[in-house]
Design a protein. Structure first.
Length: 160
């Protein structure tokens, strides 16, 4: 009887884990920025809240890999563990960047912290992204915080 109870417990835990992942949306794909559907303040040469032109996303049960490219920025690659573990993000020389990722309901939430030296001293910029799928559209609401001042914008990406 104890073996049956233990086996049932293992099956129950595995089923619950599978059900949680099955309910999480799959962001896998190539996503291209759609200016017409996005906030107008993110266009131009120096937006306060920057977004990439294209995202290539690969998702598994334990992590999400994101490669982002932009016309005038270096490509950025990161693999976020979906359990919220802190990771190091590939960044240009002189910049240190860390991040975490996890699902909150049907949304993927990614937070990153970028630090670098500037003429004003050590600068820290924090970003919080909330990813939401709606059919073949990916909306990313991104908040950039610098010195206590926060700015939020929304970018919409179309699946290619």
């Amino acid at each position: 009887m104890k073996r049956v109870t233990a086996a049932f417990g293992v099956v129950l835990v595995m089923s619950a884990h599978s059900a949680v992942f099955a309910q999480s949306p799959d962001f896998t794909g190539t996503w291209r920025f759609n200016q017409a559907k996005s906030s107008p303040n993110i266009a131009g040469n120096t937006p306060v809240v920057p977004f990439p032109s294209q995202l290539v996303v690969k998702q598994s049960a334990t992590d999400v890999s994101i490669d982002s490219t932009s016309v005038r920025q270096q490509p950025v690659s990161a693999v976020f563990k979906l359990d919220g573990s802190k990771i190091t993000v590939q960044a240009p020389s002189g910049i240190t960047e860390t991040g975490e990722g996890r699902f909150q309901g049907a949304n993927l939430v990614i937070t990153t912290r970028r630090s670098f030296s500037s003429p004003a001293g050590e600068t820290v910029v924090e970003f919080r992204e909330v990813w939401t799928l709606n059919g073949n559209s990916l909306s990313i609401v991104k908040t950039r915080t610098l010195d206590g001042d926060a700015s939020t914008e929304t970018a919409v990406f179309d699946k290619m």
